[in-house]
Design a protein around this ligand. Structure first.
Ligand SMILES: *Cc1c(COP(=O)(O)O)cnc(C)c1O
Length: 396
């Protein structure tokens, strides 16, 4: 393992030096007047990143998984029905969490590589005239397969069926790297963590609630303690926490939001689009295919790449790690051994991406795959030459 090489796993992502420094604070008394300014800037910063004017943002010492639990435990009651789609490991785990909470999950099992079928959801919602379904769960970016689903289409399905269910969106691997429109899409709870688009260490679970989701918390019957947003709200009103916050991480989050804002959200998302286009150009030049089944599903934060039948893709991950000191993501669940993943979210430039592409290429050639050295790099170079944009993050 090299500490100098960038990582190409889809989280945790590479940390800019300025954010590492922002997390490194002396002990600050979270009950002193030094803390409320950090907290409110972090909460407002997240709200800006998800393009909301009204969402209430809750930040727990936790990870994205704690964000899932926050969404569920605060808004639903035992026996409630939720609608979901299983199209990868993360959507699968969120469904599993709902089941362990005693919820009834109606879900579509679609092939891994597919997106969220909003037509199917609309049929289910329209048929649910008694409004048994209390929430619809969408994984915006399925990190296991590199598939981005259309959240606005799910909102349209809810509206077309005139259905009052809450819309929960897992934005763990999209928020901060891909466009996310909390208000425009009518999202009720958005979930993320600190170690992906926010370029920080793992350690924060983030959940943004709409006014409608906040109302649901008043009657929700699931047991909750640590993730109870009622306690968190009481704490926030007094400028603090119901327990000890991770002050350094919150300061890092405040700086991460400022950094994204300084580059400009549109520029950040365009950078990820550009970098992803180059990675995909390389994949096609290698004669391989993304796991995502159609171009409109391609994720701008992670690409899962199908390897030839009979080849064990986990060898790519272990070889790149041991020989070149570079980390890629392996295949999970249904696609274990069939894909490897290049994470390209967070703090990344075209030049960094080229090093990952070159390393993947050397690794595949070492392992005997029929790939020409330089082919993917050249395709990505063409892509980047033709779309180069001055980087606001150049100082990093
Ligand atoms: C990483 C990830 C999670 C899990 O988040 P943790 O921070 O590891 O708990 C959930 N959903 C998606 C889409 C992810 O990429």
């Amino acid at each position: 393992m090299s500490l100098q090489n960038p990582v190409f796993i889809p989280g945790p992502t590479n940390m800019p030096e300025s954010l590492r420094r922002a997390c490194d604070l002396p002990t600050i008394d979270h009950r002193s007047d030094a803390f409320p300014g950090i907290l409110s800037a972090a909460r407002m910063g997240v709200r800006d990143v998800i393009r909301s004017k009204t969402a209430e943002v809750f930040i727990f010492p936790s990870t994205g998984t704690g964000g899932w639990e926050t969404a569920i435990a605060n808004t639903l009651s035992p026996g409630d029905t939720v609608l979901a789609v299983r199209n990868g490991m993360f959507s699968h785990k969120w469904i599993d969490m709902c089941q362990r909470f005693g919820l009834s999950v109606e879900f579509a099992n679609v092939p891994w590589g597919e997106g969220f079928p909003s037509d199917w959801a609309e049929e289910q919602l329209a048929a649910d005239t008694n409004h048994r379904i209390k929430a619809v769960l969408v994984t915006h970016n399925e990190t296991a397969t590199g598939v981005t689903s259309d959240v606005s289409a799910v909102r349209r399905a809810l509206n077309a069926a005139d259905h009052p269910a809450l819309l929960f969106v897992d934005g763990v691997s999209s928020i901060g790297s891909m466009d996310f429109r909390f208000d425009d899409w009518g999202v009720d709870v958005a979930v993320t963590g600190s170690q992906k688009g926010f370029m920080l260490p793992a350690g924060l679970g983030i959940a943004a609630f709409s006014a409608k989701a906040l109302t649901a918390t008043e009657t929700a019957g699931l047991p909750r303690t640590y993730f109870d947003i009622r306690d968190m709200r009481t704490g926030y009103e007094a400028g603090g926490y119901p327990y000890t916050p991770s002050v350094g991480m919150l300061n890092g989050l405040k700086e991460a939001c400022a950094m994204l804002k300084a580059e400009g959200l549109d520029a950040v998302f365009a950078r990820h689009q550009r970098i992803a286009d180059g990675v995909r150009a390389a994949v096609h030049a290698w004669g391989l295919e993304p796991c995502a089944m159609r171009p409109e599903l391609y994720s701008n934060s992670v690409t899962a790449i199908r390897t030839p039948d009979g080849f064990d893709a986990t060898k790519i991950v272990s070889h790149a790690q041991s020989v070149y000191g570079v980390s890629f993501g392996g295949g999970l669940g249904d696609v274990a051994g069939k894909v490897f993943r290049i994470g390209h979210l967070g703090s990344l430039t075209d030049v960094m991406a080229l090093s990952g592409i070159a390393t993947a290429e050397m690794t595949m050639v070492d392992l005997g795959l029929d790939i020409t050295l330089g082919s993917g790099v050249a395709a990505a170079q063409e892509s980047y030459r033709n779309s180069a944009a001055p980087l606001a993050m150049a100082a990093e």
